[in-house]
Write a protein that binds this ligand. Structure first.
Ligand SMILES: Cc1cc2nc3c(=O)[nH]c(=O)nc-3n(C[C@H](O)[C@H](O)[C@H](O)COP(=O)(O)OP(=O)(O)OC[C@H]3O[C@@H](n4cnc5c(N)ncnc54)[C@H](O)[C@@H]3O)c2cc1C
Ligand SMILES: Cc1cc2nc3c(=O)[nH]c(=O)nc-3n(C[C@H](O)[C@H](O)[C@H](O)COP(=O)(O)O)c2cc1C
Length: 771
């Protein structure tokens, strides 16, 4: 349905700088709303002299266009090329998945259609009108509104940079936008080629009967090694034709950027602007924010913003109010897409990390790279392909079923887990004088019954002085009977395994129970603290003693005794807690380690004591049982602290020392941290560690849906997934997840069989109602 015209609107004079999709579509949208508006488009190029080949638009976008202007929507739709498949080609291997539903149109065609429609509606189109800074000032004075749709290098944005406050982040990779008559009409095709200089790849898709877009991309090293930075366009294209020869079937690669000097390779500028307007000047399209060609949403965003801007300017508001609403609404919408674009951009920047994965996992990782497409979403798109991916995962894990990845088994040394769900360590503050209580027995036993393959205890402290709070439990000779009772129950009554997390609070010790004021010192009865350096946690907390060698020996012996106690209690696994700012972590982070001896300074030196402890613990722990280490992969303190790049080295050193897996966490090192919590926010760190050092990883952090777990595992971003808070609200999270997924193979404790049957029946009924 087209909108209603608002007759009482005042006629407006609008100058549009740039006749790309956004500018032209805004011009059309203005004239449609009020034909009396005087709308002029100033475009520096000739009508058919445009850079680029095809653009992709989705069904959802087309339906927005139909509501706005059914005429141009039909024009566009009549010229579409459609395809449903995504094909991954890596060297000589390839794999296709379906159900992705794209449509494409040539950029030139799109612009010609929009130009015609604009002309038909009375828009004044001035071509070869390169608008200078002086001219922009003149237009401001003579038009009611100046719309800057002058693209990603917007002159207007630069001219008024103080007002718009743009941030331009030049991305690492280089790319060139070419075309070809080779057919890619069966699928949106990603081609990865390994060359003598490294990997280079193409994003190829058909956009009309005989032409396809062929975007070539590579990292900076490969770009330089091929000499693309020095070649002219002709030589650069000839080289690309050679590299991709076996995919081009003898067809040439073509450029339509002859007006551009140099090789036409560019880097992608990620543009964001604090403000999208001032006075009567407003940014639109790529001038205001860019997405990334790898998710193909730039034209869509620009054109949808054009609709909103025209709407706001025609609903009777003052100019200022209209522009403010436009900014508020569109900034948010655009942010959603640009966040996905950021993930996708970064995936391609780091693609070498994934190129060694099995093609199945690599394809899955590619398809889910923007994090907009989830595991279950892929099932809807192509159930057969996802089933084959799940079967591949199970087979590789040694499983025989066709269950979801979260229900695949996993083995570390001799410990066999029935699935990939882990109850993350969580302090309970319910111990008395270092002794675990009935609370611990009930709490952990209940979670072990809940179906998770592995249950972690909270941090068990190696000494009373190593506790965080008076409510924290210890692990030593005195606690063996209590912990044994729990471990025996878990082994006798459930298929779960149980891991003791062992640590020392360091400078974060001697504080109150969480609910009495987390991290605040005790009102009375404080004990002495140890840390890498004498830096208090925060104002009011005691200054710890910087450990000398004798302290190190004492603490190391305590860790070893703790391991012996864990072995005596028959835990299945131990984890050394070297994260979250506690004692061992205080050595690793440069924020908390300011030592000038052999245990401070470079990362190698800062790792020395934690590695000594690790070796001593490993030696005291039965060889057939696994041992992991938890690290903070990011201190969230910019370059002052540990950054994910360091985490790869830290994890690498622990792997070398014999860690069976790395539990990748982050933060809590210092109160000045500035973490960014989002859905699955620590997964990128785990992904990096796992695939860079080739060690299994565990990951936690805002992961709460079975869909999250399956996509993390299937894409190879971690091997085990920890859920903390979800297990506080639901001890039976895994059993319920199986019900939600329609997985009837999940075993429940025998006395709960009636509950299992009812839950599955109710879930099936609910599904039948909604489908
Ligand atoms: C390799 C690549 C592939 C892409 N693939 C897709 C895709 O598949 N789908 C998709 O939706 N988007 C895609 N995009 C993005 C898309 O091209 C842009 O997001 C889209 O064109 C933005 O529209 P726009 O009107 O804001 O800017 P532009 O299309 O850049 O238009 C700006 C116009 O302003 C003109 N101009 C600039 N300065 C002046 C001046 N001073 N005076 C007069 N005129 C001026 C320019 O000549 C140009 O015509 C891709 C981009 C690249 C680089
Ligand atoms: C109440 C509570 C106590 C925690 N105690 C510990 C702990 O003892 N050791 C540890 O390594 N992490 C601890 N954590 C962190 C969790 O293990 C987990 O990494 C974090 O909560 C993020 O996961 P989530 O988003 O699933 O909650 C604790 C978290 C919570 C909520």
């Amino acid at each position: 349905m087209a909108f209603a015209l608002q007759a009482e609107e005042e006629t407006m004079k609008a100058a549009i700088l740039g006749g790309g999709p956004a500018g032209l579509y805004f011009a059309i949208s203005m004239k449609l709303r009020d034909p009396s508006h005087e709308v002029s488009v100033f475009e520096r190029n000739k009508p058919d002299d445009t850079f680029g080949w095809g653009v992709v638009l989705s069904d959802e976008t087309m339906s927005n266009f139909e509501d706005n202007d059914p005429v141009s929507e039909k024009m566009i739709r009549d010229n579409f090329a459609y395809w449903d498949d995504v094909k991954t080609v890596r060297g000589t291997e390839s794999m296709t998945s379906s159900g992705h539903g794209f449509c494409g149109i040539g950029r030139k065609k799109l612009l010609m259609l929009l130009q015609n429609r604009a002309r038909e509606l009375g828009v004044i189109l001035e071509f070869q009108a390169d608008v200078s800074a002086e001219r922009i000032e003149e237009l401001r004075a003579t038009f009611d509104v100046v719309v800057a749709s002058d693209g990603l290098n917007s002159k207007t944005r630069t001219l008024y940079a103080e007002k718009f406050e743009p941030e331009i982040d030049m991305r690492l990779n280089h790319f060139v936008w070419l075309g070809t008559h080779q057919k890619f009409d069966d699928a949106f095709t990603f081609i990865f080629e390994e060359t003598e200089h490294g990997w280079i790849w193409a994003h190829a898709y058909q956009f009309d009967a005989d032409t396809a877009t062929f975007i070539i991309e590579c990292g900076p090293k490969v770009y330089k090694a091929f000499g693309f930075d020095t070649l002219n366009q002709e030589d650069s294209i000839a080289l690309c034709e050679k590299i991709f020869a076996r995919h081009l079937g003898g067809h040439a690669l073509m450029t339509n950027a002859n007006h551009i000097r140099g090789s036409a390779w560019i880097q992608f500028p990620r543009v964001t602007c604090e403000n999208w307007y001032f006075d009567n000047v407003v940014l639109l399209g790529d001038a205001s924010a860019t997405a990334h060609y790898s998710i193909g949403s730039g034209s869509k965003l620009g054109m949808e913003s054009a609709i909103m801007l025209a709407q706001e300017l025609n609903c009777g508001k003052s100019l200022g109010d209209a522009l403010q609403t436009y900014q508020d609404e569109r900034k948010l919408q655009v942010l959603r897409v640009t966040s996905a674009a950021r993930n996708s951009t970064e995936w391609f920047e780091e693609v070498e990390r994934y190129l060694t994965l099995d093609l199945m996992q690599f394809t899955y990782s590619l398809l889910t790279r923007s994090q907009r497409i989830s595991h279950e979403n892929l099932r809807l798109r192509d159930p057969a392909w996802l089933a084959s991916a799940e079967a591949w995962f199970q087979k590789r894990a040694g499983g025989t079923s066709s269950r979801s990845p979260m229900f695949a088994p996993f083995k570390l040394r001799n410990m066999e887990l029935v699935n990939r769900i882990v109850v993350s360590p969580m302090a309970q503050y319910k111990a008395q004088d270092g002794m675990p209580t009935d609370w611990h027995f009930v709490h952990y036993a209940e979670r072990a019954k809940g179906g998770a393959g592995l249950v972690f205890t909270e941090m068990l402290c190696v000494s009373k002085d190593g506790r965080i709070t008076p409510g924290c439990p210890c692990i030593g000779v005195d606690q063996v009977p209590a912990w044994s009772r729990l471990v025996d129950f878990v082994h006798a009554e459930t298929p779960a395994k149980i891991c003791a997390q062992i640590g020392h609070a360091g400078r974060k010790g001697s504080t109150r129970l969480a609910w009495d004021g987390i991290d605040k010192p005790l009102p009375t009865g404080n004990w002495d603290l140890l840390s890498a350096s004498a830096i208090a946690l925060m104002e009011g907390n005691a200054e710890p003693k910087a450990m000398d060698r004798a302290d190190m020996d004492t603490v190391m012996a305590q860790f070893v005794d703790a391991v012996k106690a864990a072995a005596a209690a028959n835990f299945d696994m131990i984890e050394m807690h070297a994260a979250h700012g506690y004692l061992l972590a205080s050595f690793i982070s440069p924020v908390t380690n300011k030592r000038d001896d052999a245990y401070g300074g470079s990362l190698e030196h800062r790792m020395r004591f934690p590695l000594e402890v690790f070796h001593a613990m490993r030696a005291a722990w039965p060889a057939e049982k696994p041992m992991t280490v938890r690290i903070s992969a990011h201190d969230w303190m910019a370059d002052e602290g540990v950054i994910p790049e360091d985490a790869v080295d830290i994890a690498g050193m622990f792997k070398e020392a014999g860690a069976d897996a790395i539990n990748v966490s982050s933060g809590q090192t210092d109160k000045k941290e500035q973490p960014i919590y989002g859905r699955m926010f620590q997964v990128p760190f785990s992904d990096r560690v796992r695939n860079d050092i080739g060690a299994p990883t565990l990951v936690a952090g805002n992961i709460y849906e079975p869909d999250h777990v399956n996509s993390i595992l299937m894409a190879g971003r971690a091997d085990l997934v920890l859920l903390a808070r979800p297990h506080l609200s639901d001890p039976y999270w895994t059993l319920h997840a199986a019900v939600e997924l329609g997985d009837t193979e999940q075993a429940w404790p025998a006395p709960y069989e009636g509950g299992r049957r009812q839950a599955n029946t109710l879930a099936e009924r609910a599904k039948a109602v909604t489908t």
